[in-house]
Design a binder for this molecule. Sequence first.
Ligand SMILES: [Mn+2]
Length: 380
Amino acid sequence: MSDRPRRRRTGHYLNPGEAAPEPACSGRDALGTARPGAEQQMEETAVPRKVHATVQSARRALILGHLEPDGDCIGACIALASYLNRRGAETWLFDVGPFDRREIQAYADSFRPRIPEELQRPDSETVVIVLDCSTPERLGELANDIQQLRTVVVDHHPAGVDFGTTRWVEPLSPATCYLVQLLIEANGDIPTPEEARLLLFGIATDTGFFRHLTAEQSFVFSAIARLGSAGASPKAIHRMMYGGRTLASRKLLSRVLDRLDPHCDERFFTSFETKEDTDQVGMSNRDSESFYQLVFSIETCEALAFLREEAPNRCTGSLRSRDYIDVSSIAEQFGGGGHKHAAGFLVERPYQSVMPEVIAAFRRAFAEADAARHSAGASS
Ligand SMILES: [Mn+2]
């Protein structure tokens, strides 16, 4: 771990043809300084030199993902391990799980939940690479296992905690898999067909199959074209992510839609799923993404909160927004976090008592947003 608090930095983006930044002479990460307004128009992202050097020179890499892993986390971990293996490094994959999401279950056996003691001893040839993870808490018990070790963090979450020895955090990147692709390509290498498939799987996961990409992130489409050339099939990945559902899971969608409650002039909606619902369809057939899509197709919908009863005294909340509501700050009020438009939390309380608080938090956020827009309108 670094011996002083690290400043959170913004990413450095390069125009095509522009040279990579020189490392800072202090020996700190070579992120350089972002040029004013640069984030809005960049086509490619530079791999910081120190991250590149550390990852490429590792003889032994312990690759860690976050708890409740998703396709971006799993895809990034396995693709990077595969690539480093090709370069002759030894790799191990760790994640505390649980591997509940249907589309990642096949990969659960590749990951171990704790790091064996013999691998926890610091040595110059071993590096920990933490992927897609914004806080040490999101590593679960694994956070204790890596305390002695050199740690590189590669992530795209905008909020979080500065941890690790070397950090590469790019909030404009739609997925950690995109950053792993750049790491592979920074050496002039091309992902294998399987690596390309995993990377595209991750990018597709975090972008809702590209639906959430904005014009500022269009640089990702060039990267996706390269993954296609390397053998990744969007059609096959779409089928893997969205196909294979059971009839019961479709019936559950109608139940959850039926519970939809409008708030804030139908700009904000809530619904919930009970433990009994989950037991009926099976954990792996939960499908919140289809539900979100249906709700966001409502003309007036700006935000959505979906609570799930995980146990009588535990619930998770998934918060989504389209445009001006920052759901990550609402999730933080419940001990969670995430992105501006997608965030979540877990609390050890019954969902029935959490729901009114979530609604109140959203009401405040809408009132603040309305007031800000009103005053902006009044002054113009
Ligand atoms: Mn991600």
